[in-house]
Design a protein around this ligand. Structure first.
Ligand code: AMP
Length: 172
């Protein structure tokens, strides 16, 4: 997985001072590279057979929807505030560079359906933790988390339920 790092640009002090932003867009621009990166995820998700893949707005939608479409698994969006229509459940959380809020549609999940969260990057873990909380509050059975990139020094995993599958492909 180390060889993918040449397709990840590191931008200092974006979006705030002190943050080294990992820009993975060059991977998406190269279909062969993107496909190579997604192959192990496809295998993993096919094995664990979730009922749904949940993706987190907005960068998380890219790998999550690509995988859901490819594997013919339903997709559930977890979005920023005031984007989803109807009744929603929301939660506030901290991220590496600030605070935010995520929401899920209250009736989007059948009780106890197995759901895996897929996001582009695990930093402090606040975003993924909030997404998991929403899935559980909406009645889903959270089965794990998959990330394309993990910033290991930020120990985001600690915030996540250690009994679940927590997988990341490219580690910094
Ligand atoms: P966190 O809640 O701190 O784990 O932050 C994870 C979310 O914020 C992911 O959805 C990323 O898209 C974004 N993010 C946080 N830190 C970075 C970073 N250093 N580079 C790129 N994206 C980041």
């Amino acid at each position: 997985m180390e060889n993918f790092k040449k397709y990840i640009n590191e931008i200092s002090d974006f979006p705030k001072e002190g943050i080294s932003f990992k820009d993975i867009n060059p991977i998406y621009k190269e279909p062969k590279i993107w496909n190579e990166l997604m192959l192990p995820l496809q295998k993993l998700v096919s094995t664990i057979k979730p009922d749904y893949i949940a993706g987190i707005e907005s960068r998380g939608f890219i790998p999550a929807t690509a995988l859901a479409f490819k594997l013919e698994v339903g997709f559930i969006p977890i979005r920023k505030p005031n984007k989803l229509p109807g009744k929603v459940i929301g939660t506030n959380y901290k991220l590496e560079y600030g605070e935010d809020r995520l929401e899920i549609q209250q009736d989007s999940i059948e009780k106890d359906s197995k759901i895996i969260v897929i996001d582009d990057l695990l930093a402090t873990g606040g975003t993924a933790c909030a997404a998991g909380k929403l899935i559980r509050e909406a009645g889903g059975k959270l089965i794990g988390y998959i990330f394309l990139v993990e910033l290991t020094e930020l120990h985001g995993r600690i915030k996540l339920d250690s009994e679940l599958l927590i997988e990341s492909l490219i580690k910094y």
